[in-house]
Design a protein around this ligand. Structure first.
Ligand code: PGA
Length: 316
């Protein structure tokens, strides 16, 4: 059936009035069920997100969200727009990868996401890579284990760096470096001079741990469970540096990645305890969804990582 000129014009107007910025704002707001969090992710203000969604809603001609209490939910039309949005973004991502591959390593983008504890070596490792490939623009998102897995599920990056990835068949994982977790105490702590301490000594001391969602915390919890030990957690802190400082100040002991100590001044004020069963032997891994087609930039970085990362080994 032929469309009338009027219908074609109307469809044309509809398509022309929708912009990628509107789709991006809508997709982020739908994924987070929050305009505020979408604005944070996109580095724009919340009114900007509201305005983009408003214009998209006008172009579609039907409400895309409905508000119940403080939460927003997608309407049927909103769900349709979201799935089309996701297809459009997947197509654009494939296009970007193809274009990057055509340009080779002269130009391109590398999106990395890495857990908090990798910040002691990933930037050092990136420096020579960036010097080798000056045309490649690299973004590095540093976040904790749980937030990194959320990024993986949302397919936001090319490669994800963490230790102890989830056991999933749909993930490709490559190990590249050791990540020993050691028990630390203030340098002048009575346990610091003793050798072959039983693991139970950790249950007798107050323990400082990272926040919920941290990979380090998850590993330690599992380790204690496996050994039937119930630690006395007296403090939760959101950064490894805060843990160093709290241990130095005598607030408790902690179990932490040895990488956090390697290049820090504070290591002279801390002692690594000689405890049976420690260090906990974890490994740094690069992961990505098996279905993902890696760009030349991502493949080149992966090869570079495997070839050069041993210089950052702390496991002597
Ligand atoms: P974290 O993760 O920095 O969130 O503790 C570390 C890890 O994955 O081992």
């Amino acid at each position: 059936m032929k469309s009338s000129l009027g219908e074609i014009r109307q469809r044309d107007m509809f398509l022309k009035s929708i912009t990628l910025d509107q789709l991006q704002a809508f997709e982020a707001a739908a994924r987070h069920s929050s305009f505020t969090r979408a604005a944070e992710e996109l580095f724009v203000t919340q009114p900007t997100v509201s305005m983009q969604v408003k214009h998209l809603t006008q172009a579609i001609g039907m409400p895309l969200f409905e508000q119940v209490g403080k939460r927003v939910f997608l309407t049927e039309a909103g769900k349709e727009v979201l799935s089309t949005c996701q297809e459009i973004f997947k197509c654009l991502e494939r296009l970007e990868t193809t274009i990057d591959d055509l340009k080779g390593m002269k130009q391109g983008r590398l999106r990395l996401a890495a857990v908090t504890t990798t910040k002691y070596f990933i930037p050092k490792l990136l420096k020579p890579f960036c010097e080798l490939y000056p045309g490649v623009s690299v973004s590095l998102e540093i976040t904790n284990h749980e937030a990194l897995l959320a990024r993986l599920n949302d397919n936001l990056d090319d490669l994800y760096i963490l230790s102890c990835p989830p056991e999933r068949d749909d993930i490709e994982a490559t190990t590249f470096l050791d990540n020993p977790l050691v028990a630390i105490a203030p340098a002048n702590h009575p346990l610091a001079k003793q050798r072959n301490l039983p693991l139970e000594c950790l249950a007798e001391e107050p323990l400082i741990v990272r926040e919920e969602g941290s990979g380090t915390r998850k590993v330690i919890q599992k380790f204690f469970e496996r050994h039937g030990i119930s630690p006395r957690i007296n403090l939760e802190l959101g950064s490894n540096e805060a843990i160093h400082q709290a241990v130095i100040d005598g607030l408790g002991l902690s179990v932490i990645s040895l990488h956090t100590l390697k290049f820090t001044e504070v290591k002279n004020q801390l002692a690594i305890l000689d405890i049976e069963g420690l260090p906990i032997r974890c490994q740094w891994q690069v992961i990505y969804p098996k279905k993902k087609q890696l760009s030349i930039t991502a493949t080149t970085f992966l090869e570079y990582l495997l070839a050069t990362s041993q210089q950052f080994s702390v496991d002597k």
